[in-house]
Design a protein around this ligand. Sequence first.
Ligand SMILES: [Zn+2]
Length: 248
Amino acid sequence: MELSTTHYVFHYKKNSLAEKEIDQIADIQEGCYTFISGCLHADAKGRIHYHLFDTPQEVGKQYAIIHDEDDDEPCNGFALPETMSRDGTNHVYAVYSETIKCIGFHEDAHIISYSICRPDSRFISEGLAMFFDRYWWGIDNYSWTKWYIEQGKNPSVVDLLENSHFREYDCELTYPLAGAFTGYLIERFGTEKYVEFYKRCADRTAQALEQTFGISAFLLEKDFLGYMKVFDLREDIRGLMIKEFQVI
Ligand SMILES: [Zn+2]
């Protein structure tokens, strides 16, 4: 089944939860699109095709088929930007079930921002998607970062700009940290300046930072960590991290 809206075409199965809630899903995505597009002054090339499935197994299978891989590991969602198929150019594959609703900002932020530039650094591309998401497992990016700093677990931002370092750590650490650093850049220097930086991000990210903001990546990291020190981590959030997520 299919539903077309201003910026999307939703594909879903008959009698699925997605079918039942498709108007609500469409409203959420159109809201996300308007916000991302307004912030970045950018648009996706053509409508985004959203393929909704009931289970992570089905989405994982799609990933394996598309990427020609034997291993079809379960997966909640992924974006396939600027890849022409008979449907269109941009695609998102996502689970929509009672327990997993993989919709919202993240994949759309990847797709819309790729029309500006496709950064080599995953810390930068995931950082922008996480800036729009704001939360990881229901806790905001700054609280996660604050927590990792308190625990002495935060890796250097300058190191994480390199994908070889980014891959060394779990995404529950790298993603919120990248989102917090992106939030810091946008709040400190403004969206226009951030977009100027993003346009220079195809490679040599540290140089792009210095060229745009006039401060070396090393000093930006120092300033960012100083900014993080100003905040207190709320006790109830600290408790949540320890008890529910068992993150130590
Ligand atoms: Zn992502």
